[in-house]
Design a protein around this ligand. Structure first.
Ligand code: ADE
Ligand code: ZN
Length: 337
């Protein structure tokens, strides 16, 4: 397969933690700008520390990295760097997760985080023709009351946030714990999504859809262990945002060739391919498309269908969604001619 096809295919990224795009070079630059001493001071040393055995071993390092993010400018620089790389890998629309509690608990105002991220998205809209939106995630390892306070603190910024999500350590923190927070979030007009079935069992995916009303499931790969759940996701067309390189790096799957993505497609699930935390997992979204194309033997038609699915699974208005679907068709036609 032509390596560039998966890279250049127009696509939406629906599962991307902006804090997980912090490359070591920027981490070191921001530490210097903010007068912070990092335990590891060279790019190579930082990268070498990125060996993970499970989700928690990653999260411990990921949260430490976020400490260099202090000002609106830091968040803007972070998002601008991601958006440039994503654009070069075919991303036309992104629904970006951010973890407000990670920052507010360090004294960074919620407004500074949102101002920085929205400034970078506005700039990418103007200069690169991209579109973008923010989804704020609650950290499931922190008390539910803290999530509720975070939701309330976000209300003055609600016009700049489209949805709520649930992330961080999964096992032991079932989605149903957050039912009141989600009820309030939906009442305030936020679209609900949730991480479930990454390390956690299929029951967590059932709870995410039936208790929280999640409109998309992030990861969801362990759904494949429960045929009734697979039938439900397929019947209701509930999209699943899959992150193949992340799953390998966090040892959720043994190796890419063992990834359930082909089985998910065969089962009729609405699957998109995403990068999750690309600075930590060895690849951005186009790298994920390229890797699954090569290692799982997905042909161009299948990759193009996944790219279409990424737009259909987005929360974009119909007109923009249709325009971006047409861009996929044009890319496929251009490739065939
Ligand atoms: N936060 C950032 N990346 C995550 C992941 N893969 N799972 C849960 N929480 C996360
Ligand atoms: Zn994630």
């Amino acid at each position: 397969m032509d390596d560039r096809f998966g890279m250049t295919l127009p696509k939406a990224e629906l599962h991307l933690h902006i804090e997980g795009t912090l490359e070591p070079e920027l981490m070191i630059a921001l530490a210097s700008r903010n007068g912070i001493d990092l335990p590891l001071s060279s790019v190579d040393a930082v990268r070498q520390a990125y060996e993970f055995t499970n989700l928690q071993s990653f999260l411990d390092i990921y949260y430490r990295g976020t400490e260099v993010l202090r000002t609106a400018e830091d968040f803007s620089d972070l998002a601008a760097a991601y958006l440039r790389t994503a654009h070069a890998q075919g991303v036309r629309h992104v629904e970006m997760f951010f973890d407000p509690q990670t920052h507010t608990s360090r004294g960074v105002p919620m407004g500074a985080v949102i101002d920085g991220l929205t400034a970078a998205i506005a700039e990418a809209e103007a200069s690169l023709g991209m579109s973008g939106a923010l989804i704020m995630c609650f950290l499931r390892h922190l008390p539910v009351a803290h999530a509720m306070e975070t939701l309330e603190a976000a209300l003055p910024h609600a016009d700049r946030i489209i949805g709520v999500g649930l992330d961080s350590s999964e096992v032991g923190y079932p989605p149903s714990m957050f039912v009141e927070v989600y009820r309030r979030a939906v009442a305030e007009g936020f679209v609900p999504v949730a991480h479930a079935g990454e390390e956690g069992p299929p029951e967590y995916v059932w709870e995410a859809i039936d208790v929280l009303g999640a409109r998309r499931i992030d990861h969801g790969i362990r759904s494949m262990e429960d045929p009734a759940l697979v039938r439900r996701l397929a019947a209701d067309g509930i999209p699943v945002t899959v992150c193949p390189l992340s799953n390998v790096r966090l040892q959720v799957v043994d190796r890419l060739t063992a990834h359930p993505l082909p089985a998910m497609l065969d089962a009729g699930l609405s699957v998109s391919i995403n990068s999750d935390d690309p600075a930590y997992f060895g690849g951005y979204i186009g790298d994920n498309y390229t890797a699954v194309g090569a290692e799982l033997g997905l042909d161009r038609a299948t990759l193009a269908e996944i790219a279409r699915q990424s737009f259909r699974s987005s929360f974009l208005p119909q007109r923009r969604r249709d325009a971006l679907l047409a861009e996929v068709d044009a890319a496929v036609d251009g490739d065939a001619s």
